[in-house]
Write a protein of this length. Structure first.
Length: 258
């Protein structure tokens, strides 16, 4: 694929990395919860004032669970997602993912850990407009050091899985919003992460296309992926078995659907 622009997602390429499964949580799993948060806090200094975006969050998430995070603006839901995605560090407390205390990792190790354990789906898709569907899906594999042919083949399999096998050579501008989000889902799956983080994944889509994307996320959850989704739409949150409501930086309550 065409060399993408410089990115600091990972500082260590690994051309011997095993082929990830296609949308299936396949790596050997250590015992215990997949994610464990203990007294997690995040404080921002705003001038002379401290803002406690997270004020002590305790939570355990299991493998293959589908979580929705809801709350008003300023409730802490976006900060929680950023910390879970290793895009921001907690001020204090513990965040363990697959047994690893993420807060102990330096910046390079954190980038490597994020690359191998997390997939991201954004409201605005965040595709690179100059790259084709295949090349956008390949991006995580490029940073893992995969060989070009192997990477291209795997991207084609993922594109087919999300219904875009006939769009491999198209660029984002030639796709609908729903198709672009499907590319984003395929890219998030490229490195076979155990966790998918979705930030308002249907926010830019119409209701019919939103239903299609949510059906895809439902299927991935059933295949063993842990999905953590921020949304402000109750009908979208209804797809999750666990609905976590944030208020003032803490968990207000959790609804569990059996």
């Amino acid at each position: 694929m065409t060399d993408p622009p410089h990115d600091t997602t990972s500082s260590h390429a690994d051309s011997t990395a095993p082929d990830p499964g296609v949308g299936t949580a396949s790596r050997a799993a250590p015992p215990g919860p997949l994610i464990e948060l203990t007294d997690l806090r995040k404080t921002y200094q705003m001038g002379t004032q401290q803002v406690h975006a997270l004020a002590g969050v305790d939570l355990q998430l299991g493998r293959g669970e589908f979580w929705a995070i809801l709350g008003a603006s300023g409730s802490g839901k976006s900060t929680l997602l950023n910390v879970l995605g290793c895009l921001d560090r907690p001020t204090s407390g513990t965040y363990r993912l697959e047994g690893q205390n993420v807060a102990e990792l330096d910046d390079d190790a954190l980038s490597e850990f994020r690359l191998r354990h997390l997939g991201f789906i954004f409201q605005s898709f965040n595709l690179i407009p100059q790259l084709t569907v295949r090349e956008n899906i390949e991006l995580p594999l490029y940073y893992l050091g995969w060989e070009a042919e192997r990477s291209a083949d795997h991207a084609a399999v993922l594109a087919d899985q999300v219904g875009l096998g006939d769009r491999l050579d198209h660029r984002p501008s030639e796709l609908s919003g729903g198709q672009q989000q499907r590319v984003a889902v395929a890219r998030a799956l490229a490195n076979d992460p155990p966790v998918l983080l979705a930030d308002e994944p249907t926010g830019n889509l119409d209701s019919s296309t939103s239903d299609q994307i949510m059906a895809l996320l439902d299927e991935l959850s059933q295949r063993g992926k842990t999905i953590i989704m921020v949304t402000h739409e109750n009908d979208i949150a209804e797809h999750a078995q666990h609905r976590l409501h944030m208020r003032d930086g803490i968990i207000d309550h959790i609804q569990r659907v059996t």
